[in-house]
Design a protein around this ligand. Structure first.
Ligand SMILES: Nc1ncnc2c1ncn2[C@@H]1O[C@H](COP(=O)(O)OP(=O)(O)OP(=O)(O)O)[C@@H](O)[C@H]1O
Length: 866
């Protein structure tokens, strides 16, 4: 019976051991977490002490609370508020006895234990107080051993809910038994119940508790409430659990699952039936020549297809499934008919091929996990403008005349002039008379602009591949290109590109769609307010309209914090993040560095997978995976495209410099084949932001209007971007070509609607998790600082550096007359001590201490510590 579905989940892949199922899945060791705050003590000793304290506290609470369960009645007189409560701690033995208070107390942790547990359990939260024990343990364990059992913030949040919920819930149940405050629910549980009861009654309270519990479950586990579906008959191969049933993955080691088609009929041997059935055993296929007669003995117990020896082993002659006619003519042929099938199907499990798997289970469907996902509909987008180019013949004629006049004025004769009308600009192509120098026309750019009285004139001389000279003149009434019109176009709907991005319309009013997968990375620059954010949104929206969440993940970096927030709603569908991160949209520079490094790890892992699969790129890899030629049991997984978008790269470069540049450059150099693509936008396209390394690896670049020709050169390697008219007017450079485009316009409310549309659908349990990256952080260098081996000239060098406010090795070398190596060593020590900043390429290091006075204090502190 054919079984549909993937039979296993690539995303939830668990190592299920070999097909035979003998190997148990290895439990991954707990991740080491280095990112614990150190509270100033750089080697983290305070944290360890804190960790120890929490562990002891947890143990103390556990013993005190447990003891309270048994001794609360005996200790009641001691802990009672009316008898003094906590004040009893300071009373003498005799005084207590005189007041009729029982002393000593029975709590295993003495008076304090009795008072503490009374406070928590009786006065506050009842037995729910045990949750404190767990919380303290998790915090202590994390701080002391640096091992994350659970995320601390989540633990605290869940614990708070748990304490309140259980206290009230127990109080509610207790209310049916005894109407008296008791240590099971604590005063909190008791009085909360009283309050709720008075307001909404018992039934209301019950409803409220159920509501709270379900809300908690939904928030934490995102459980779906579905009516039970009809179960498909489960036919599974080892290692492949049914796609709908991930609760019980095959863990190997059990029985080989039975194919339902297999006939399970015992073989009936004529004349021996009674004996065999009496013995309760079934005959095997194996019987040797000498066993064919009456001594024929069954050699294997169990079902018919559990053959002891495979039939195709050459040395076993009698393995032929047809009984030998000369000796056993009476054996019916049906025996051999039944058996080979059974035997063969068992054999096949070892030699299972990709084709068999595909035949049996169908090709792997990456979309199956979210099979009900609906792509956003076009109705979510607005229609701006008429989407038709209104030809203003007067304007055309006037412009033509002015161009011809201006050129004539400079004695440039033209043969022909032709106009192509675009949404925002019109291209006039002129064919100059023979003998006219092109450079002459190019030099007249400003004059033509003056005569046309228009901004943003661009002269393309010559038009590549056309033999004409182009003059682009902005239209008086530019037409807005709505995203809806672009996405609704046949061109976009029918595209087979891997990552189609609908950028807008060309000058000849054609829809322009590019393939990000081929670009393979994109650099965007433009002065503020010229349409960069709209451009990024247009790219994101076009990808969202074409790709399923299983096929594409975004890593969004938004140092400006407000530009990409709208996409937060699609976190569980389309975003990727670091495992520990609460927020999928990264706004903090430090986290950006970790994420970029994590992407580098992902890249390396993907390359290993590709190498293992002997394919050259992501497409081939995924095709092989879909055809089940690569198995999750061997560590393979379906690889979605990852698109990293950085809005405001300049900010990152200013704050983190090399730390950001190096991983970005690495990704840009290598990530194209493995489906990681970068889109980097910046307001300031200066050379120290868009460095040579970055530029070299971003062949595709988009320039919106920039402020100067120099900026235009930095981004496009040619002028022109400074002459754009803004509002989405842009130039796209793809290596050789420079194309002028009008960016499609998509407004924030539209993006909001799209995010809502996707976000409201069932998503994955979390955002796509990137590999964990443990940053080295600043602590490592501090640890490296060894005060014992400090150079004798260390202090002098420090004074010199601070005096000059210039952290340079050559300064030390020159002024202190030291060799280069020694000066280099000293500067490293200064860095380790925190006097100068890290190496910054050709620039001098930053000096972290402002003046001599602060330095002297710093040095004396250092000496005191030593
Ligand atoms: N493709 C477009 N079509 C029409 N108008 C546009 C287009 N792109 C941008 N605009 C107009 O320009 C304004 C500014 O655009 P946008 O917010 O994208 O600029 P920006 O370059 O991202 O600015 P900043 O860097 O300050 O965020 C938009 O509000 C819109 O009115």
């Amino acid at each position: 019976m054919p079984v549909k579905g993937n039979q296993f989940k690539s995303n939830n892949f668990k190592d299920t051991g070999s097909a035979k199922g003998s190997v148990k899945a290895e439990k991954p060791s707990r991740p080491k977490v280095e990112s614990v705050p150190s509270f100033g003590l750089k080697d983290g000793r305070i944290i360890k002490v804190g960790g120890l304290f929490f562990l002891v506290l947890s143990g103390y609470f556990l013993i005190a609370f447990t003891s309270y369960l048994f001794t609360w009645q005996e200790d009641q007189s001691y802990v009672l508020k009316a008898n003094g409560g906590w004040h009893n701690l300071f009373k003498g033995q005799q005084e207590l006895i005189d007041n009729g208070i029982k002393s000593p107390v029975d709590n295993w942790l003495g008076k304090f234990g009795a008072l503490l547990s009374n406070q928590f359990m009786f006065e506050w939260f009842g037995v729910a107080s045990f949750i404190f024990v767990v919380v303290f343990f998790i915090i202590g364990y994390r701080f002391l051993f640096k091992v994350r059992l659970f995320p601390i913030s989540k633990t605290i949040a869940y614990a708070l809910f748990g304490i309140v919920f259980f206290s009230i819930a127990i109080g509610f149940v207790h209310g049916f038994i005894v109407d008296y405050p008791h240590f099971l629910e604590g005063q909190f549980g008791f009085w909360s119940n009283r309050l709720i009861d008075a307001q909404i009654g018992r039934a209301g309270a019950a409803g409220l508790l159920v509501f709270a519990a379900l809300t908690f479950l939904i928030i934490v586990y995102n459980i779906d409430f579905k009516l039970p579906e009809k179960k498909r008959p489960a036919t599974t191969l080892p290692g492949f659990d049914d796609a709908d049933d991930i609760s019980e993955p095959y863990m190997g080691g059990g029985n080989v699952p039975i194919m339902p088609e297999m006939p399970f009929t015992p073989v009936e041997w004529p004349g021996r039936k009674s004996k065999l059935s009496q013995e309760g055993v079934l005959a095997s296929t194996r019987y040797a020549e000498n066993e064919v007669s009456e001594e024929l003995e069954p050699v294997a117990k169990g079902p018919i297809f559990n053959v002891e020896k495979p039939i195709n082993e050459p040395e076993h002659k009698p393995v032929t499934l047809m009984p030998e006619p000369s000796t056993e003519t009476e054996i019916p042929l049906m025996v051999s008919d039944t058996r080979p099938n059974d035997v063969l199907s068992i054999e096949k499990e070892d030699l299972v091929t990709a084709d068999d798997l595909v035949a049996q289970f169908g090709a792997f469907d990456p979309r199956l996990d979210l099979s009900s996902y609906k792509f956003p509909v076009l109705e979510l987008l607005e229609n701006y403008g008429s989407n038709k180019i209104a030809v203003n013949t007067e304007e055309l004629e006037a412009n033509k005349n002015k161009i011809v006049e201006t050129l004539n004025h400079y004695n440039i004769e033209i043969d022909k002039i032709k106009a192509t009308i675009g949404p925002t600009v019109t291209l006039y192509e002129i064919i100059p008379a023979p003998g006219v120098r092109i450079s002459k026309i190019k030099n007249l750019e400003d004059d033509i602009a003056l005569s046309l009285a228009a901004l943003g004139i661009r002269i393309i001389a010559p038009m590549p591949g056309k033999g004409t000279i182009g003059i682009e003149v902005p239209n008086q009434h530019p037409e807005m290109v709505s995203m809806r019109s672009v996405l609704a176009s046949e061109k976009f709907q029918a595209t087979t590109m891997d990552l189609p991005i609908a950028l807008g319309k060309t000058i000849s009013n054609e829809i322009f769609i590019a393939d990000l997968a081929k670009m393979p990375h994109l650099l965007m620059a433009g002065a503020t307010g010229q349409g960069k954010s709209v451009g990024i949104n247009a790219i994101l929206v076009s990808l969202l309209y074409k790709k399923h969440p299983a096929e594409l993940k975004f890593v969004l970096v938004d140092p400006k914090k407000v530009e990409l927030t709208l996409f937060r709603k699609i976190e569980r569908h389309f975003l990727a993040k670091l495992p520990d991160e609460a927020d999928a949209i990264i706004t903090d520079t430090k986290k950006v560095i970790n994420t970029l490094n994590s992407l580098c790890i992902e890249m390396d892992q993907r390359y290993d997978l590709l190498k293992d699969a002997q394919v050259r790129n992501l497409k081939e890899y995924n095709a092989k995976f879909i055809n089940r030629k690569l198995l999750p049991t061997e560590g393979h997984r379906f690889l979605p495209f990852i698109v990293l978008i950085v809005d405001e790269f300049a900010d990152l470069m200013m704050t983190a410099g090399k730390e950001v540049e190096i991983p970005i450059a690495r990704l840009a150099q290598l990530a194209r084949a493995i489906g990681i693509h970068l889109i980097i936008a910046t307001q300031r396209p200066s050379v120290n932001i868009i460095t040579g390394t970055i530029k070299a690896n971003f062949p595709a670049r988009i320039a919106f209007r920039v402020q100067s020709k120099i900026d235009s050169r930095t981004i496009l390697d040619s002028g022109g971007a400074d002459q754009l008219i803004g509002r989405g007017d842009m130039l796209l450079s793809t290596g050789n070509d420079l194309i002028r485009l009008q960016c499609a316009f998509v407004d924030t409310p539209e993006v909001d609607k799209i995010s809502d549309f996707i976000g409201a659908q069932r998503g994955y349990a979390t955002a796509h998790l990137l590999p964990e990256y443990v940053g080295e952080g600043g602590e490592a260098s501090a640890k490296d600082f060894d005060s014992e081996n400090r150079d004798p000239m260390f202090e002098e060098a420090a004074r010199l550096i601070v005096m000059h406010q210039q952290g340079s090795t050559s300064l030390i070398q020159r002024k202190l007359k030291l060799g280069y190596n020694r000066a280099g060593r000293i500067i490293d020590q200064l860095e380790a001590a925190g006097i100068v900043g890290p190496f910054e390429g050709s620039k001098a290091r930053e000096v972290l201490i402002p003046d001599d006075y602060s330095l002297e204090q710093f040095l004396s502190n250092m000496d005191a510590k030593d």
